[in-house]
Structure formats: C-alpha cells, structure tokens
Design a protein around this ligand. Structure first.
Ligand code: CP3
Length: 357
C-alpha cells in the first residue's frame, strides 16, 4: 500500500476537512494540450491510444505535469464496453464515435456477449496499474465508466445524436428489450469498475452524459435505477480506504435528491445548477463536484478567477466540494487559462477551510 502524498480529493469526497478545495477537470487529458495531440499522432488514432497502456499512461500524466491537479483520471473512453461487445467502434475525424453494428431488436440484445473484463478489457486494467505505478502516490487515480443508459444511446443510435430518436423509440416501443440491454450493461459496468478498483483505481465516476434528455419518469426507470444497481455492486473499500463513487448526470439538476439517494458519495453538477442551492438540497448526504461552465475558459484570466471565486462563495465554507467543470474541457481552450483556473481554485478556496483542516 502506497501512502498518498495528496489525498485532498478523497477527503473532500467524504466531507473530511481539507486545507483547500481539490480540483481536477473532466477531459483534462485531451486535445487542448499540444503534447496530447503529439502522443495521439504517435499512436495513430484515438482507440490505439486507449489500447496502449504506456501511451494511455503518458497522456494521463500530461496535465499533471503542467498543473497542480488533485486527481488523475484514467485515460480511456466510455465506449470501450460496447467496443468489447463487438459493436465495431471507430472514430471518424471530426465526427465523433461511430459503430458498425447497431442494436435495434430484442434479438440484437440477446446476441450481445457477457464480457469477461480481464480478457476483453485487459488493456484498460493494464493502463490503470501502469498509471498507479507512475503516479507513485502523488495524487489519487479516478476510474470511470459510462452509465448503462448513456452507453445504450450510442449502441442504438450507432453514433452521437441530437434527438435520440432511435434510442427513445426503442425504449417506448420495446421496454422489455431495453431493460434487458440496460441490465446486461449494468452487469458489465459493475464488473468493469470493480476490476479497475482491483487494478488500483481509488475513486470511480459514472458518466451519465445523456440521462438529462429523459423525462423524470423515464430517468428514474431507465437511467437512475441501473446506476443504483451498479453502486450497490461496487467494491467500496480497497487498500484500507473507502473507494468513493461519483455520479454525474448532465442536465440532472431536477433530480438531485433522487441521485443523492443512490448511495453514491458525490453528485456531479453541470453548470446550469446553483451550487449553493444544490448544497442546501443534498449537501448533508453527499459531496458535490463541479460546476464551472467550461466555456469560461475562453474568457480572460480575470473573468476565470472571478467565476471560480463566485462558485467557491456560493458553495460556502467547509469541505464536501470537489471543484471541476460542469462538463469536459473543449479542444480549443488556451492551456494557460487552465493554469489560471487551477491556481485560482487553490488560492481562493483557502479562506473557506481555515480552522477546519
Ligand atoms: O476526462 C479525461 O481526461 C479522461 C478521458 C475521457 C475521454 N472520454 C477521452 C476522450 C473520458 C472520461 C471520456 C468519457 C466519454 N467519452 C464520455 C462521457 C463524458 C462526456 O464528455 O460526456 C462520452 C459521451 C464519450 C464518448 C466520446 N468519446 C465522444 C462523444 C467523443 C468525441 C468527442 C469529441 O470531442 O470529438 C469521444 C472521443 C474522446 N474521448 C476524445 C478524448 C480525449 C477526443 C478524441 C480525440 O483525441 O480526437
């Protein structure tokens, strides 16, 4: 067991006192960094980068060399699971992910294989253990997966979507087949996250990027129910420490109480939510992660600093907040603005933790 030099992130996730608010960024290893673009070029394409544990480790560490991030996130993608199920994932330049096969019938669902994580996704586990070794206890490593609903949308649509017409028609017309698919995915995600934890992930995040396109009723039945099932099946202690779980439903602001009742440790917030109001609603039960609008990183250093200050003030004093963006950083942000963001969080948050750590 290595001792962590910086455990601020893990402490804030469970509401323990910290000296300053921890910060990391969704998509912190990505195209806004020239060194990321160089490594991706070396790998040839995005999936080859994901499938090389050494190169995935390299890009995971790149943002940590530039900025004082309080956590590293495994470099991979949520679509590794459908890829391992044989759906034929590929990325066409500038168009996002695509699948050669789509799921459109109950028979298609039945034909999806049950995954054997070490055999089918061993490259991800190798990346996790390689990154843990290279981090050498500097900061904790976050593992992740997509939510069953979010994975299902890509598998049914065959790509990203604006209106989710196929996924929603499938849900309304063939609810039984949809539940069968979500159940299969929930089992795969549980095993996948537990394998990441066994390989060294110290916290895990479930990305429910498209839960927010559902009605309240459908969200509970087709997205949240399966995330709850996953949380109930996760390893919650490893290496003598609690393994926190973060649930992030983009556009889930209406359902914070339901999400907090899922037995997760932390609820991820997008930027549409007032973090002070969110704290009043669920802050007794869970910690909060978020929630700066990523597009503020296009603004001036003074504006970035002011917005960081506003969010810290809205959250207020005490622990239980992990600073992050409300969604992933965009590819054309100036890397220098990210430095301003991270430094502002650390500097401006100290006053809210005085006498507490
Ligand atoms: O946060 C991190 O730094 C870890 C790496 C990470 C990636 N994808 C790398 C990536 C994580 C956590 C993800 C999750 C992911 N992938 C989600 C959920 C989170 C979210 O952003 O909503 C989703 C929906 C995907 C599916 C996916 N992968 C899409 C839609 C795309 C294309 C997006 C785009 O901007 O073109 C990807 C590709 C992808 N995943 C990239 C990265 C860095 C860009 C690929 C490239 O290098 O060209």
């Amino acid at each position: 067991m290595t001792t962590l030099k910086n455990d601020r992130f893990l402490r804030a996730l469970t509401g323990q006192p910290v000296d300053m608010t921890p910060v990391w960024m969704m998509r912190q290893a990505g195209r806004y960094l020239p060194e990321y673009r160089a490594t991706r070029k070396q790998a040839g394409d995005f999936m080859s980068l994901c499938k090389s544990p050494e190169l995935a480790c390299e890009v995971t560490l790149q943002p940590l060399r530039r900025y004082a991030m309080d956590a590293a996130i495994l470099f991979s993608d949520i679509l590794t699971i459908p890829d391992a199920m044989g759906q034929g994932l590929y990325f066409s330049e500038g168009e996002g992910p695509r699948f050669r096969k789509v799921v459109r019938s109950e028979q298609d669902v039945e034909q999806l294989p049950e995954l054997d994580t070490p055999r089918d996704l061993g490259y991800v586990l190798d990346a996790v253990s390689t990154i843990r070794r290279e981090l050498n206890g500097s900061v904790p490593l976050i593992g992740f997966s997509g939510s069953p609903w979010t994975l299902a949308t890509y598998m049914i649509e065959g790509s990203g979507s604006k209106d989710f017409r196929h996924a929603k028609a499938f849900m309304f017309n063939q609810p039984q087949a949809m539940h069968l698919l979500l159940d299969k995915l929930a089992r795969a995600v549980t095993n996948y996250l537990n394998a990441q934890i066994a390989a060294g992930a110290q916290a895990v995040q479930i990305f429910d990027t498209w839960g927010g396109v559902l009605s309240t009723h459908a969200y509970r039945e087709f997205s949240l129910a399966y995330m709850k099932k996953i949380v109930a099946g996760l390893t919650r202690e490893s290496e003598g420490r609690h393994v926190p779980v973060i649930l992030f439903t983009k556009n889930g602001g209406l359902w914070l109480e339901d999400i907090a009742a899922s037995a997760c440790d932390c609820v991820g917030l997008d930027w549409t939510v007032d973090i002070g109001a969110a704290r009043a609603r669920i802050g007794e039960q869970v910690s909060l992660q978020g929630n700066m609008d990523p597009s503020i990183l296009y603004a001036s250093p003074a504006s970035i600093r002011e917005e960081v200050g506003r969010i810290l003030r809205d959250f207020g004093p005490g622990s239980g907040h992990v600073f992050n963006l409300g969604h992933g950083i965009t590819p054309d942000v100036d890397p220098d603005n990210v430095a301003v963001f991270v430094e502002s969080v650390h500097e401006l948050s100290r006053q809210y933790h005085q006498g507490q750590a």
